[in-house]
Design a protein around this ligand. Structure first.
Ligand SMILES: [Zn+2]
Length: 238
């Protein structure tokens, strides 16, 4: 197996010069969660990967705990997509001050839609993942809107509603290893990975309780692997 230097891998995703491994390359906000596999992440940055814009909505109200939970989410997303040899490169963005007015607590579908219509992260092939403090619309704990065709990522400016929204309020209901699940994955991480899955795989759900595209599962099939790797959002540096 070829060995990849951190610096070389980082250059491929546009991080140049001196940088801190934790903050710049792995893009965690707080520090490195337990059991992180730096080697796996480096390897994936040399193969196919997806770019994610992680957008904190009303970021001035995020606590230290919220930030730590987000770091866990990043690791969960990477672990889950590592199953299908897909890396996840993340960029962090914030919506704060007056811009976030009316988007702190989302209890109506129209506000969720408005959030995605009003704000977009850069890159038509990059998936916007919005983290709001409270999401309480029906019993959904996450939402995804993906108008893309399998091979064409639509222009974000023309198709304003495109991305994923996840509520930080669900972190409180049990982040960390989930006793009711067979796996040590955070609820927020599973939800974010599931919603990102809708943008990569489409709107359908799986009938397999262990599958990522069914609530509580995290597995991905060979057929899902193929679909994901053919997605317009997946980039390949090879
Ligand atoms: Zn779903």
């Amino acid at each position: 197996m070829p060995s990849h230097s951190l610096r070389d891998a980082a250059r491929r995703i546009g991080v140049e010069g001196g940088f801190s491994v934790v903050q710049d390359f792995l893009r965690f906000l707080h520090g490195v969660p337990d059991q992180i596999s730096v080697g796996t992440h480096i390897r994936h940055m040399h193969g196919p990967f997806v770019n994610l814009n992680l957008i904190r909505v009303a970021s001035d109200h995020f606590t230290g705990t919220d930030i730590a939970n987000l770091d866990t989410v990043i690791q969960d997303i990477r672990d889950i997509y590592a199953q299908v040899s897909l890396g996840a490169n993340v960029e962090h963005f914030v919506i704060d001050g007056a811009d976030a007015e009316g988007f702190r607590v989302l209890t109506k579908q129209s506000r969720v839609n408005k959030l995605m219509k009003t704000f977009r992260g850069p890159g038509d092939r990059t998936i916007d993942v919005f983290f709001v403090l409270v999401l309480e619309v029906g019993n959904a704990i996450g939402q995804a809107a993906g108008p893309d065709s399998p091979t064409e990522c639509k222009d974000k400016d023309k198709h304003g509603r495109r991305g994923v929204v996840v509520g930080m309020n669900f972190a409180g209901s049990g982040l960390g290893p989930q006793p009711q699940l067979k796996i040590a994955r955070s609820l927020l991480g599973l939800v974010a990975a599931h919603e990102i899955g809708h943008l990569l795989l489409g709107p359908d759900h799986s009938s397999d309780p262990d599958n990522l595209m069914r609530a509580g599962g995290e597995e991905l099939t060979d057929s899902q692997r193929e679909t994901i790797h053919a997605s317009c959002a997946v980039r390949d540096h090879q």
